[in-house]
Design a binder for this molecule. Structure first.
Ligand code: LMR
Ligand code: SF4
Length: 516
């Protein structure tokens, strides 16, 4: 291969690596502005304001450390437009190489799992992973867009087939008003589980797959653009305004900011089908795009950076509200200590905790635990890990994962092993709530996506079990200091999540009347 061709390929790979690293570690300017607006909407001292404080601290830390904003770096999805004549096979190969390198450098979590065997490939490659979609265009440069959309918000995507019946809103018919109801419902059903305050992309029409594609395509629009279709522009504005009256708030803790953006696209459908597809994206809205010179492989432009840059540095700190009790916890914890905790209390944990998520919960149902969990704390977390120069594990990113997935197991496992506390995000359901009451347990909510903030609380990694499940799913033994979380389900039958779900349903029901 000629010298020119080699240096083009090297430069291209480096450009893609930079795109991946930047997307994972540095939120775009338009997203930062939306988060700043959310922060300004919250009353100082509330749980929502404190959570947003943690989120903005985390954004600063991720940028400074050049480390993932959230540990779940998602399913890397590239959309590439190329001038006629550019070799797409070379671009695909360069994307794969860049992904492997970014995974080695802990800019991405190894996230590609064989769906049948459960084996993690370790390098983010796999059948259909990463997702790369090409299109040709008339322009003379390459445009490459990337979105790293995590699993928790992906799980909150929803597709409606009209006509349908919706909780709180009644019948949604095949017209603009039916569409309006579906979109409002989609935000409500997400609660805090997709790490609200979030952004939604909506696709009207198409079939089941093209509808979702259209919804996801909307996530590449600028947060502050205006839809060229006046009906959709009106609907987008309406949805953001009304969704922010639901009172779901950041992480579902209650509050003013629930939805930071709504972008709607439309396409034709066939007579029998009428889909409204909604793609929910967490606040950690990691999407970026670059233009690349096809002669040199160099980046010529970064997108989403227009306007005033919000750094979140040197912002005044929100103090913990005076009526929240702050309790220090250290495992092993007694039942008496747990029974004293009430919903709304803030806990600061120091000492040992163990990670455990989907594979561990499934495993513990039918196996012994590798360590004594009596009185201990399980953290629903799949971290990004790296080895330091002495071959010791270090934590690169470690926020909570969505706890509701463990609902079928959690109560049984707590009782079986004597676990006293679980930390996660988004809350859990009635089965776990009943078990917390019976056994003397507590659910602690951490701030989803705040992976740098929590990684900083982890002072050492003292061991690991069940590593065969892959890095995110292994049981990591961590020593933490001042790891802060909020009691959102206590041992007296109280659940903030159940309360917010109920009150937000009442708010949703106020919008049942026809508007469009
Ligand atoms: O997989 C994770 O670490 C988190 C996930 O994105 C989630 O929101 O549950
Ligand atoms: S943990 Fe939250 S912020 Fe991170 S990917 Fe999942 S939904 Fe997004």
């Amino acid at each position: 291969m000629s010298q020119v061709a080699t240096s083009y390929l090297q430069a291209l790979e480096k450009s893609i690596y930079d795109l991946v690293s930047e997307t994972s570690t540095n939120l775009p300017t338009d997203v930062r502005r939306a988060i700043k607006k959310a922060k300004e909407a919250e009353n100082a001292g509330t749980r929502a304001a404190m959570s947003l404080d943690t989120i903005t601290n985390n954004i600063v830390m991720a940028e400074d450390n050049v480390s993932p904003i959230c540990q779940d770096t998602g399913l890397p999805t590239f959309k590439v437009k190329t001038p006629v004549g550019v070799n797409q096979l070379e671009i695909k190969a360069a994307i794969k190489n860049a992904i492997v390198q970014a995974t080695k450098d802990a800019k991405l979590r190894p996230n590609s799992v064989d769906s049948l065997t459960g084996k993690n490939s370790g390098d983010n490659l796999g059948e259909g992973v990463p997702v790369v979609k090409f299109e040709q265009w008339e322009k003379d440069y390459i445009e490459m867009k990337l979105i790293l959309k995590g699993g928790g918000c992906e799980n909150k995507n929803i597709q409606y087939s009209l006509p349908c019946e919706l909780e709180g809103l009644g019948r949604a018919g095949r017209d603009l008003d039916g569409i309006r109801k579906c979109i409002l419902h989609s935000v409500w059903q997400s609660q805090g589980q997709g790490c609200s305050a979030g952004f939604i992309g909506v696709g009207i029409g198409g079939d089941r797959s093209s509808g979702y594609d259209l919804a996801k395509e909307q996530l590449f629009r600028h947060v502050d653009d205006v839809n060229p279709n006046p009906d959709l522009a009106k609907l987008e504005e309406y949805i953001v305004e009304k969704a922010n009256t639901f009172g779901i708030g950041t992480m579902g803790f209650g509050g003013e900011a629930t939805l930071l953006g709504c972008k709607i696209g439309v396409m034709h459908r066939i007579p029998a089908s009428f889909y409204v597809s909604v793609a929910y994206n967490c606040w950690a809205y990691r999407r970026m795009a670059v233009n690349i010179d096809p002669a040199t492989g160099e980046i010529t432009k970064w997108h989403y950076q227009e306007g005033e840059r919000v750094t979140f540095k040197d912002e005044p700190k929100t103090e913990v509200k005076s009526d929240s009790k702050v309790v220090e916890l250290r495992a092993p914890i007694t039942e008496e200590q747990i029974r004293e905790l009430k919903v709304g209390d803030v806990v600061k944990i120091s000492g040992r905790m163990y990670t455990g998520r989907d594979a561990i919960h499934h495993h513990l149902m039918s196996h012994d635990a590798p360590v004594d969990l009596n009185g201990h704390i399980i953290y629903h977390c799949g971290p990004v890990m790296a080895k330091d120069e002495n071959d010791n594990w270090t934590v690169k990113a470690a926020g909570p994962t969505t706890s509701i997935r463990e609902e079928p197991y959690q109560g049984d496992i707590m009782k079986k092993f004597g676990i006293r506390a679980v930390i996660g995000k988004g809350g859990m359901g009635p089965k776990t709530l009943a078990a917390l009451k019976e056994h003397g347990g507590v659910y602690l909510n951490a701030i989803g996506g705040a992976a740098q903030y929590y990684a900083d609380c982890i002072k050492s990694v003292d061991g690991v079990d069940l590593q065969e499940f892959g890095i995110p799913e292994a049981m990591w033994h961590l020593t933490v200091e001042d790891f802060t979380a909020v009691v959102t389900m206590d041992s007296h039958g109280n659940s903030l999540h159940a309360d917010v779900e109920k009150s937000s349903l009442e708010k949703l029901a106020q919008y049942a009347e026809r508007v469009f």
